[in-house]
Design a binder for this molecule. Structure first.
Ligand SMILES: NC(=O)c1ccc[n+]([C@@H]2O[C@H](COP(=O)([O-])OP(=O)(O)OC[C@H]3O[C@@H](n4cnc5c(N)ncnc54)[C@H](O)[C@@H]3O)[C@@H](O)[C@H]2O)c1
Length: 417
């Protein structure tokens, strides 16, 4: 019988529920406990866990108490709560809680200073860690690398990867508030696309950070949600005022990486938006190598359904068909196993096996810190309207404490300029 990791979860919102669906598909994790801000959501989550036989899902009053009863804790609460919660977890470990590991969702933190603090805290407590960047675990991403391994060996690695995550905008008010979330879509989803680009470009068998980031150019813009009718909708629905504290709803940029063994330069382009007007979430990645290529588009599914106008009232819940669905009639894409498609099942399986064996997950928190640095450098490039030299020690030093204007709540200075 395989060993099972007893996982405690902090937060019972969107991602906690998604991850629970992933855990229904694997055998080496059970949800032993949950802590959330509101008792009702913790209870509802606990019921789901029990109903699906994926653990005891005991509701604890606080994370300090839960730490005594689980093997590892996954922090699935909002970005602005991350440091405070991890501090509590580390305090509990210091007081004797026998935790093996700590999981943090993307983005690791709102800025480099916070991300560094998380890494230092986990190191000081000797905890094994996992930074949850699900897209690196996506089966299509892993499979293209596997399938194209012979081409990579004979022709050389990929030289250009373009990666995008786009939907119509997040589901909770705190995401839209740049001070609480860390910015707009570059902080929220750019972290995914930057990680995927770096990962796919990395020659097979080389470590995650083998390719050295050389430079970054980026643009952050407010294309839709700053317009009056949309701004008003946002104010009404989410309670944020984008005339005063706006964040970017579109970003694109280019990172150049250098292969330290051959000197070859390769490029990762990222594009992320909260103003995507198609059926729902789309992850798009493509890559070019010499004489070979790959392409992934999660809006291509083997299942489509059609709902005509006369039948439209019969629609149950569009979001059970596709994350961030924006339409409930017409020809609709259905992804029937999103937790698997987006990589959640595989990231959980990897992390549980790693923690049980006393190792870090495939992506430790220190890797999340590197991604945070690149996101912050992206904001710096967009804010200053210039390419940032990532090899300059002065830039690296500045990034340690840099907080983008957008994150400071001063986005009007950059987005309306
Ligand atoms: N990998 C992905 O694709 C992905 C997708 C969505 C969200 N996320 C990440 O997951 C995290 C949570 O996002 P979400 O969409 O689930 O948010 P959410 O707002 O839907 O849920 C957050 C949950 O945390 C709880 N909470 C708030 N403050 C808390 C506190 N101090 N202590 C304990 N619980 C607290 C809330 O009550 C809620 O249950 C974010 O960091 C987000 O970036 C990742």
């Amino acid at each position: 019988m395989a060993q099972v990791l007893k996982l405690g979860i902090v937060g019972a919102g969107f991602i906690a529920k998604f991850q629970a669906r992933a855990l229904m598909q694997i055998r080496n994790v059970e949800i032993a406990g949950v802590v959330s801000r509101t008792a009702a959501s913790a209870q509802a989550f606990s019921k789901t866990v029990k109903d699906h036989g994926i653990g005891e899902g005991i509701v604890y009053a606080d994370v300090t108490e839960m730490a005594k009863h689980v093997d590892a804790i996954a922090v699935y609460s909002p970005n602005f709560t991350r440091v405070e919660i991890v501090e509590k977890i580390i305090e509990a470990v210091k007081k004797g809680a026998a935790l093996k590991g700590l999981i943090c969702e993307k983005p690791l933190a709102r800025n480099v200073k916070e991300a560094q603090r998380l890494v230092d805290l986990a190191n000081a407590a000797k905890l094994k860690t996992a930074y949850f960047e699900n897209q690196i675990f996506m089966k299509p991403v892993r499979t293209q690398l596997q399938q194209l391994a012979p081409q990579q060996r004979t022709m050389g690695p990929l030289v250009l990867v373009r990666s995008a995550e786009e939907h119509g905008g997040p589901h909770e008010p705190w995401f839209w508030d740049p001070t609480r979330q860390g910015g707009g879509v570059l902080s929220d989803m750019g972290c995914h696309s930057i990680a995927v680009g770096w990962y796919c470009l990395t020659p097979l068998g080389k470590p995650l950070t083998f390719l050295q980031p050389v430079s970054i150019a980026a643009d952050c813009s407010l294309l839709k949600w700053g317009q009056k009718p949309w701004r008003e909708k946002l104010m009404q629905k989410m309670g944020v005022d984008y005339s005063k504290t706006p964040a970017e709803d579109f970003t694109t940029g280019m990172i150049t990486f250098k292969n330290p063994e051959t000197g070859q330069l390769v490029k990762a382009q990222f594009t992320d938006s909260w103003m995507f007007e198609k059926q729902g979430l789309r992850l798009f990645m493509d890559g070019m190598g010499p004489g070979y290529a790959f392409e992934i588009n999660t809006l291509n599914s083997s299942l489509q359904v059609f709902i005509g106008d006369v039948a439209a009232e019969a629609v149950a819940d569009a979001e059970t068909a596709l994350e961030k669905a924006t339409a409930s009639r017409g020809l609709l894409v259905v992804q029937y196993n999103e937790p698997d498609l987006y990589g959640y099942t595989d990231e959980n399986e990897d992390t549980a096996a790693a923690f049980l064996a006393g190792r870090d997950g495939f992506l430790p928190l220190s890797y999340g810190l590197e991604i945070t640095k690149l996101c912050m450098a992206g904001y710096m490039a967009a804010e200053r309207k210039k390419t940032i030299d990532l090899t300059d020690p002065a830039v690296q030093k500045e990034l340690e404490t840099y907080v983008p204007l957008i994150q400071q709540g001063k986005g009007a200075e950059v987005l309306f300029a």
